[in-house]
Design a protein around this ligand. Sequence first.
Ligand SMILES: Cc1ncc(C[n+]2csc(CCOP(=O)(O)OP(=O)(O)O)c2C)c(N)n1
Length: 561
Amino acid sequence: MKLTGAQILMKALKEEGVETIFGYPGGAVIEIYDALSQTDIEHVLVRHEQGAVHAADGYARAKGQVGVCLVTSGPGATNTVTGIASAYMDSIPIVIITGQVPTSLIGNDAFQEVDIVGITRPCTKHNYLVKNIDDLAKTVKEAFYIASSGRPGPVLIDIPKDITTSKTIYKAPEKINLKSYNPTYNPNLKQLAKVVSLIKEAKKPVIFAGGGIILSKASEELRELAYYANIPVTTSLMGLGAFPGTHPLWLGMLGMHGTFRANMSIAECDLLLAIGVRFDDRVTGRTDAFASKAKIVHVDIDPTSIHKNINVHVPVVGDCKATLCQLNKMIKQQIPDKNFPDSKTWIDTIQEWKKTTPLAYDQKDIIKPQYVIEKLYEVTKGQAIITTEVGQNQMWAAQYYHYDSPNHFITSGGLGCMGFGLPAAIGAQKARPDKLVVDIAGDGSIQMNIQELATAVQHCLPVKIVILNNGYLGMVRQWQQLFYERRYSCTRMEFAPDFVKLAEAFGAVGFRTSKPEEVVSILQQGIAINKPVIMDFIVEKEENVYPMVPAGKALTEMLLV
Ligand SMILES: Cc1ncc(C[n+]2csc(CCOP(=O)(O)OP(=O)(O)O)c2C)c(N)n1
């Protein structure tokens, strides 16, 4: 039986196990929306296409599966670009389906025509313009395969309107076989033998884990390695949750706003096992001073990320999970009695750094933003999925909430995209209806995609928004204070809406306080309500995130107050 292109698309999505699509309709996708209504795939109607992509991103991260979004041509497509760029930088598997003008009009500056394949070429892992209906089913299958295999990433499929209406027989290949794309999953054993010897010899080893651990579902294997060999662990922002944030071997996050002990450990270690990381500049600080006393091992599935920012001694190309499984096996065979060189002195040094220079703040009369996060951690018993906006709120969420499990901290790490947190929370809540999902926000960022509160209300997704309301674009103000002699150029939010009334206008619930003694009870009340809730905490205006490594400085050159 012949099917329309729109029906073929639906069948192909079903074959990929798609249950939810985040999207926004329009003329070029009207046929697709009609076919969608004949399936049991759920659709979450966002209020802006940027929200659809961030929601698909949050869904993908919370569920550990590919997220999908669907938008129309022209402005619908261009509105997705920021979300795609964010997913690309964080290696998140999503498939973006865009409508396109009919093939006969492509290149004519037709109504709502843009070259979205051209526009997104640098920020997608791959993209397609489907020119022949007979390629459609195969293209969808390939897109899901490419998005989720190797180093994951966003893949875009642009479908002209005439392809959605014309008909053909559904046929998709059993298996995808791409000549020029063959990710290496299994590590080279000779390289791993070198890693085992380095671990045997090391006196001051550190594991630096990243988002690759979470993407490859390797946190169990990471824990096994760290526990067995007694190696302290730090992570990048993207790696939070890969290792339990409450374990004694946990160093805290690394980098510009990393903990003193994590940054010092990198400076002092003699072996750095970097696994599933890309050595972002926010992590390394001045690269020539980064782990300068250490032998560096770098495990990554993407060979192009090796030696890209940091030269390493032992590169290992492979999937984090496959590599760690193999490495753990080899270590246990070769060092059966946990006979590692005594790491006590090293662990004691780290404990001393923790004692002398912990993360700290002083809670007095005005609410400190850090205090809100600490109380949120206590009230939620560390069990919530946390999404964030960008700025100081994001860094405090990374420092003061402790993540014991992967897929619980969802943030725009690479692109640093304000407006990410609320739609990502919506996607995460859709993926995990059993979980409490909280967006930790700044008063600036939350205004970037606040319209998605309507999406949350319409779809009964009871996400919670904790606003750390400092009246400033806080992180930029912090830089102006520290490096531009307090010239607060255009960072004062002189007007902000009444977030309580705004919540109510959207059909959500709002709370506000400026009193430290009310923080816990507002968190408890807000969390108990089975609806979207905004909790607006009026916090200390000029609180800064510390430690801070100024841009271009070495990790040891931290500002501590
Ligand atoms: C879309 C976007 N525009 C601009 C920036 C630059 N930027 C980074 S942090 C920040 C301030 C964020 O302010 P707010 O959301 O109030 O959070 P705070 O830092 O006060 O916690 C800005 C403007 C950005 N990251 N993303």
